[in-house]
Ligand binder design. Structure first.
Ligand code: GCB
Length: 605
């Protein structure tokens, strides 16, 4: 699937704006070609939850409708018409003029459908989307879901999210209509840049997918432009391999993007054209190091969320730009898309800005019991039923396929994370994950390293899956969830664990993908008090000391970039407060310490 673009052969019409919205539990009683009644206005793209100023709607679990009308210009009547959703969270049934045209599960990846035969060019068209925000034991993310019918036949639904972020839902990303030639169009493009060992020549291969009833006489031509818009390669008909000498490399925080233009012809007539940026860089894991362009790379940065006031998880171009600029101003070079694929626009921005990305699936909550109280945990007696209770394999395969399909061409993506904090200490975990790692390896044209983010219950002694990962990525909360405020002990234990991992896997790089403490901005104390800004500062000083003592340690991505909204709970003070920025992106004190530290650590050695 291609990202939508307007050019001489394609038009993109935005369907963003205000839509009609309504919760409707008895969804069978409504015909999607009819106008919704008793609707509210909600803005798209955005989650509906924080726009409506109504707690019952904000916390609604179940089904809801979005609707709007659109009119198509007659000038497009000879084109094929496609409808494309950047995402629809978490499950969507799409109707055009009452006819079902698409159904998609999974709230964080795009989907599209051809609606040429369902639309009118002479009167307005009605677009109705039925959505569900229900998560259960077959979905990713995972939710514990119950529904009960009362004596009056009314259904009561209850959802306990098995993860630590608010279940924002709705049309969180842009919806567009785009058009292309009915005769034939480009429907996918895979660009594979491969550098030789001396990094002075790149082979760039193209795999072009064409959508057409009649493939005869079709041919495509590739042109490659450098960043100064100079033409550096032109292919003959259907030529798909190019050699670029002395290529400009895409480097962390120093991006260089080429543009490939693919033109599709039938007998000399241009039917379609598409331009796609790409970067040339080499990623390898070798001898305990993470190499970018053959130099050891050190990850400095954060796990994030797509989360902001009013928008919820809705796409917000301004926050995206601000967040990247704040990170860069601190000397950070990387993010993890915790815990779901981020918007396509964010991935394009990271390509452009040289931000290195660990690209994560929605594989979160794959642990039958999820909780924050680790104080009484004993790995020897703990019983875990994850792989009896949950049935997420199919959803997991789907999200791996859709994520790699969507992000395969991004230079910024240097590693895929297949899951966050699954029950990898369970002896059955290996059988669950091994085929998923095989699948991801077979799908990625660039064969990027793979990882899965390890929970603190999966120690070098208990973990069952670390043979599968290329990089050991640890989420650790010594000094917070365990050894609370005892930083001396936390320091000893975290160092010991890292040394144990290193001894077990001397050739695997190790990094932290989460570490942090809840901190209420503006709270201060003389003594070491959790939730104060001094506590957060001392914690990061302590953890940094640990990192600097471990040889194969290749990165520190803290938790979290900014405070974010979660479900309610006694461990949460109006959300998760582990941000180094508050939700409005105002810095907490510790940003100064981290900035000082990160600016001194080179990105590449
Ligand atoms: C974790 C999870 C993350 C939580 C974080 C926390 O391990 O991966 O989603 O938000 O801990 O703050 O508890």
């Amino acid at each position: 699937m291609l990202y939508p673009q307007t050019n001489s052969c394609r038009s993109v019409l935005s369907l963003d704006g205000n839509w009609r919205f309504r919760i409707k539990e008895d969804r069978e009683s409504y015909d999607p070609k009819d106008p919704l009644d008793h609707w509210l206005s909600v803005a798209v793209p955005a989650s509906f939850n924080d726009q409506v100023a109504d707690p019952a709607i904000r916390n609604h679990v179940g089904y809801f409708y979005y609707q709007r009308d659109f009119t198509l210009p007659k000038t497009l009547a000879d084109q094929d018409i496609f409808l494309r959703f950047g995402s629809a969270t978490h499950q969507a049934w799409v109707y055009v003029n009452g006819q079902e045209v698409a159904h998609h599960r999974g709230g964080f990846t795009p989907f599209e459908c051809k609606i040429t035969d369902a639309v009118s060019f002479t009167k307005p068209n009605r677009l109705t989307v039925l959505l569900s925000n229900i998560l259960d034991h077959t979905t990713l993310p995972v939710g514990h879901y119950r529904e009960e019918k009362d004596d009056q036949g009314k259904i009561h639904r209850d959802l306990d999210e098995n993860f630590d972020f608010f279940n924002y839902a709705g049309l969180n990303r842009s919806i567009v209509i785009y058009t292309s030639s009915k005769a034939a169009c480009l429907s996918d493009l895979t660009i594979l840049p491969e550098l030789n060992d001396s990094l002075d020549q790149a082979k760039v291969s193209f795999d072009v997918t064409i959508d057409s009833q009649a493939k005869e006489d079709l041919s495509y031509q590739v042109k490659i432009y450098d960043q100064a818009e100079k033409l550096v390669a032109v292919g003959a008909a259907n030529e798909s391999k190019f050699y670029l000498d002395q290529p400009h490399l895409w480097q962390p925080l120093n991006a260089y993007l080429y543009t490939a233009q693919v033109d599709l012809y039938r007998e000399g007539e241009l039917l379609d054209t598409y331009s796609q940026e790409f970067g040339i860089r080499k990623v390898e894991v070798k001898d305990g190091q993470f190499l970018i362009n053959q130099e050891p790379f050190y990850f400095k940065g954060c796990g994030k969320h797509e989360d902001s006031y009013a928008h919820g998880r809705g796409y917000d171009p301004v926050y995206n730009v601000l967040d990247i600029n704040l990170l860069k101003s601190m000397g950070a070079n990387s993010i993890r898309t915790s815990h779901y694929p981020y918007s396509e626009e964010m991935m394009r921005l990271c390509d452009r800005e040289g931000i290195v990305v660990i690209d994560e699936t929605t594989g979160v909550g794959i642990m039958s019991s999820f909780g924050f109280n680790m104080s009484n945990f004993d790995p020897k007696t703990y019983r875990d039923d994850t792989f009896q209770e949950l049935d997420t394999q199919a959803a997991h395969e789907q999200v791996i396929r859709e994520l790699i399909q969507r992000d395969k061409n991004h230079a910024c993506v240097v590693m895929w994370s297949l899951a966050n904090e699954a029950a990898t200490f369970n002896p059955e975990a290996h059988d669950y994950f091994a085929p998923l790692f095989d699948l991801a390896r077979s799908l990625d044209p660039q064969k990027r390293p793979l990882t899965m983010i390890n929970i603190l219950l999966s120690t070098p002694e208990t973990d069952q899956c670390s043979d599968l990962v290329d990089v050991i990525c640890l989420n650790r909360y010594y000094g917070w969830y365990t050894q609370t405020a005892n930083f001396d002990l936390a320091e000893d234990l975290s160092l010991k664990e890292l040394q144990d991992w290193q001894a077990l896997y001397p050739d695997k790089p190790i990094m932290y993908t989460e570490y942090g403490v809840d901190t209420v901005a503006g709270l201060h104390a003389i003594e070491r008090q959790p939730f104060t800004e001094e506590f957060q500062w001392d914690y990061y000083v302590m953890m940094s000391r640990v990192f600097d003592q471990v040889d194969n340690f290749v990165g520190e991505q803290l938790w979290n970039f900014a405070d974010f909204q979660t479900k309610v709970g006694v461990q949460r003070v109006q959300g998760n407060k582990k941000g180094i920025f508050n939700r409005a992106r105002e810095p907490k004190m510790v940003v100064r310490f981290l900035k000082d530290r990160w600016q001194k650590i080179p990105n590449l050695n």
